[in-house]
Design a protein. Structure first.
Length: 153
């Protein structure tokens, strides 16, 4: 279920709050292959299932940056800020990939609002997104996303 804030300023009073989770998403070989084509990263651990069977992970794994890019899919499922003219991705802090994501795995994002402050014209929010792998003790990705929300005039 999506956490809804009626206005950007409401974020400032919710620091420390867990915002919920996205839906689960299966990581398919097709998605991995399309990401490899888009980025030019065709390393065998991602795109060669036969060779990857005998590799260090026992199967193809998703690119770390594919996992990171899916945070953009998960965030709107986790949080919605209303009353804005626009929201922009401002950047990211503290990115890490603690565990590989084998093909066929299901992942989801969970979000925690770790900082929110007024900036010129809006509010800047830092949401820590932890990308979980179903039935895994370690997450696939942890990233502090930084977004700016500008209220409607």
């Amino acid at each position: 279920m999506t956490t809804v804030f009626e206005a950007p300023q409401d974020l400032e009073t919710a620091v420390g709050r867990h915002l919920g989770y996205s839906d689960w998403l299966e990581i398919t070989q097709d998605r991995i292959d399309r990401f490899a084509d888009a980025t030019g990263d065709h390393q065998w651990i991602h795109v060669d299932p036969e060779r990857a069977k005998d590799g260090p992970f026992g199967a193809c794994i998703a690119h770390g940056y594919l996992t990171l890019s899916l945070v953009n899919l998960f965030l709107p499922q986790i949080v919605e800020v209303r009353g804005i003219s626009m929201g922009v991705n401002y950047g990211a802090d503290k990115l890490r990939f603690p565990a590989p994501v084998p093909v066929g795995s299901r992942i989801r994002g969970g979000g925690e609002l770790i900082q929110a402050e007024a900036v010129k014209g809006g509010v800047q929010a830092t949401i820590r997104v932890t990308v979980e792998i179903e039935d895994s003790e370690r997450p696939a990705c942890v990233v502090d996303t930084v977004s700016r929300y500008y209220p409607k005039p």
